[in-house]
Structure formats: C-alpha cells, structure tokens
Ligand binder design. Structure first.
Ligand code: ADP
Ligand code: ZN
Length: 435
C-alpha cells in the first residue's frame, strides 16, 4: 500500500512541477480572461493580456483579487462556467463578514476530493480505516470535503457532522473509528468529554486526526494528541479555493504540503503587495491552476505564514507552508503592540491551562485594555481567593514576557467558557462596537 495518494504528483521533480504549473497557468488565465468579465476588467485596467503570462514567473504582472471583490461580485459575478455546468455550491463560514459563495463543476468537485484524499492518505489512511467526519456538513466545506476524500480513499465513512458530542463518542467506540476529522477546538472538546465520560484513549481505536479550518498552536496539538491518544495533523483550505485540502500535513508534522499542481502559492508583503522571497512571513496568495467554475487568480487569503522548499523526510516535493499564525485581520493591535490570539494560546497551555479561553479587548480612557478569561481545571480550582489571585498574577507575568504587554487575567470556574463544535470564537473586540 503506497503512502501517497498520487505519488507521481506528490513526489514530482521541481522542474517537472514547474512545467506543469506553467502550462496550467497559461490555460487558466486564458479561461478567466475569456469567461470572467469581472477579472478581465481588472486585467484590462492594468494593461495585461493573457499573452503576457507565459509562465509562473509572469504571475506578478496580474492584479490581485480580494475578498472585497468576491463580495462585490456576489452572487454570480465571478462565475466562469454556465450554471448548467455547475453541480454544487459552498459558502464561507462568514467568520469575518458577509459570506462569499463558491461554485463547482463536477470536475472541480472531483479534484477537490482528490486533494482531500491525499491528506487522508498522508496520515496513514487506507480503505481499511473508519473515518469519522465531524466537521459541519452543508454549505460549510469542511464536512463535504473530507467526506469526499474519505470516500475516494475507500474508508468506511461516518458522516457525523459536528455536535452531539456524546453520540460522537458512542459511534467512535461502536464503529471503531480510526481517523477523525474536525476543527481542533472541537477535537479538544471531544477529548475532554471522553475523559469526563470515564474513558481513556485506550478505550478507542483512533490513531490519527485531521484538524483545520481555524488557527491552532503546537501546544494545542500536543494537548489533543494526549487527550485522544492520536497523532494530530493539520489541514488548510478556504472556501474560495474549494475548501480543505489546499494543503495537508505529512508524518513529519512540520507544516503542510501545498497541492501546488492545483494551487500556486505566493507570499506577499500585505502592505505593498510585493512578492517576498521564500522564508519570509507574509500574506498567502493563491492562484488556482485547474478550476473551472470559480477560478481565482492571485487571490489574497489574508492568512499570514511562511513557505519552505526544504526537503521533507516523507519524500514529497510539494512546497510546504507553516501553520498560519492567523489572519492579518485576527491580529490585535493593543497599545501599539501586535498580538495574535495564537500567542496567548501558547502561553496558556505552556502554563498548564486548557485551551478554553476568551479574550476581550476594549478601550477605556483612550487606552486599550485586554482581559483574558481563562478556565481552571477541576484540579486547579480553589476556594481560596488568595490562591487564585496568585495564579492570575503568575499567568499575567508569563503573558507579559511573551506578548510585551500585560493583560488582565481572570481565572474562571471549570466549564464556564462555551465549547466550540466548529470554529471557536476566541476574541471579542469591543473597540469595534464603539466605532
Ligand atoms: P471564513 O473565512 O468565513 O472562516 P472558510 O470556512 O472558508 O471561511 O475559512 C477559511 C479560513 O479558515 C482560512 O482563510 C484560514 O484563515 C482559516 N483556516 C483554515 N484552515 C486553517 C488551518 N489549518 N490553520 C489556520 N487557519 C486555517
Ligand atoms: Zn512531508
């Protein structure tokens, strides 16, 4: 049994991959120019024609496409195929504003599921596995994407969707699930519930989990691996580029291989739009190479991360992206200091807390304030006020060292912070409410 879903592509030499990308890019640009008036106009305004794009080296000549464009063009403005050729629609979760919709032809769906099949195979999945998909189903791409990938691999697929956590665990035991797919925050919740029900990882057969759709830290990975007794792998994607499976983690667990035969990545300086060299942190931009209904050229994801072509021990030659540290619009600017929720998560877990927290940012007397509500475990819980205050002080100090600013910490009783079955809400920024 091969450890690759498509060895030829996944282990292709750089030269062959470049050749394939160049050919596909030329065709994709032509398709967009001829069938998507919205983007044609952007190209015309910039004075670029399809003839100017002969290879990926010419990509920088093309205009960017942003989420604002997608919203403006809603619903059909970026459709590049007749609706009669489309077979499916999905939509973003709307985490950062109005939803955008994406269209798929039969072929688009096939290629997308293929990308997910690569991800499942990379964590050791085969037709002998039982794959429990507890991402949400419906318009959200998580459930349908991994479901399609699981079918392709031939796993026994459990289309659970999210929620009803006790039932998830019951099925996991009864069916002997070996692979689980969901958001990392839901995986932590399932793990917590498993232990509360009096079980240990020895009572389940899970060996691997494929977690994505939201940022999560290395510390969170270790937490989930411990709770469920599995290896936890990252998967990345966004509705605009089809869904999960744009990139996936291999056994090395040091970043995600990008399916670059379908999605060509660039890292840019989010302020200037300039393309940055490999190894620098910047905004991830994707150009689809094979999409039919909803092709996107130089789409700005707003996700911040780094690319590397360092040789991977798994044998795949596909470029790797680091865990995105969040979106450029997740970054909190507090008293002039840049803070990512993921940094806070790192400190919390390092200090022995669970990943159940809520960050509240506000502005009082013209000064930014940051309050972090952190849940104590039953063991950490104490009736003595002085104990709690001491803990709060210690945690605030650890935060100050990491973040450069001191937040106010509120330790709260076990089980008082809402758990997430999908994408977790970690931040309430009240400054936005004041306008
Ligand atoms: P929305 O933008 O409404 O959340 P999507 O459901 O399409 O819509 O989510 C895509 C976004 O989710 C990505 O742009 C990225 O910010 C985030 N995301 C997806 N996978 C990961 C991951 N593995 N790590 C960090 N962030 C991720
Ligand atoms: Zn690898």
């Amino acid at each position: 049994m091969s450890k690759y879903w498509n060895q030829e592509i996944e282990c292709m030499s750089r030269e062959d991959m470049k050749k394939l990308q160049d050919e596909r890019l030329v065709a994709q640009v032509k398709h967009v120019y001829e069938n998507m008036p919205y983007y044609k106009k952007l190209m015309d305004e910039k004075g670029v024609t399809p003839d100017d794009i002969k290879s990926t080296d010419d990509l920088h000549k093309l205009p960017f496409l942003t989420k604002a464009d997608l919203r403006e063009a809603y619903p059909y403005g970026l459709l590049a195929k007749p609706l009669s050729e489309c077979t499916e629609i999905h939509s973003t979760s709307g985490t950062t504003g109005k939803r955008v919709v994406a269209f798929y032809t039969k072929n688009d769906i096939d290629l997308w599921h293929d990308c997910c099949a690569r991800a499942i195979t990379a964590v050791g999945g085969t037709k002998d596995d039982v794959c429990q998909v507890c991402y949400g189903y419906g318009l959200f791409t998580g459930g349908p994407g991994l479901d399609g990938g699981s079918h392709k691999v031939g796993c026994l697929t459990l289309p659970m969707s999210s929620g009803n956590t006790d039932r998830q665990i019951q099925f996991m035991m009864d069916m002997g699930s070996t692979i689980i797919c969901c958001t990392p925050s839901y995986a932590a919740y399932i793990g917590e519930t498993l232990h509360e029900m009096g079980y240990t990882p020895d009572d389940i057969k899970l060996k691997a989990g494929i977690f994505g759709a939201e940022p999560w830290t290395e510390e969170m990975r270790h937490e989930i691996e411990k709770l469920l007794g599995i290896k936890a792998y990252d998967i990345y994607g966004l509705t605009e580029t089809s869904g999960p499976g744009v990139s996936f983690e291999c056994e090395e667990q040091t970043g995600m291989h990008i399916n670059e035969d379908h999605f060509y990545p660039e890292i840019i300086n989010p302020e200037t739009g300039e393309v940055l060299p490999e190894g620098e942190v910047g905004e991830l931009v994707f150009t689809s190479l094979t999409k039919e209904a909803f092709p996107l050229l130089r789409y700005r994801t707003r996700d911040l991360c780094v690319l590397t072509r360092k040789k991977c021990s798994c044998g795949r030659t596909l470029v790797k992206m680091a865990k995105p540290m969040g979106r450029s619009d997740d970054m909190l600017i507090i008293r002039g200091v840049n803070v990512f929720p993921s940094q806070i998560e790192t400190v919390l877990i390092e200090q022995g807390y669970t990943p159940n927290y809520l960050i509240e940012v506000d502005r009082k007397n013209n000064t930014d304030t940051i309050d972090i509500n952190v849940e104590m475990t039953k063991e950490q819980f104490s009736d003595k006020m002085s104990d709690i205050q001491e803990r709060e002080k210690a945690l605030a100090e650890a935060m100050r060292t990491m973040l450069g600013i001191g937040p106010k910490i509120h330790l709260v009783s076990p089980k008082t912070i809402a758990r997430s079955e999908g994408k977790a809400v970690r931040v309430i920024d009240k400054r936005k409410l004041h306008g």
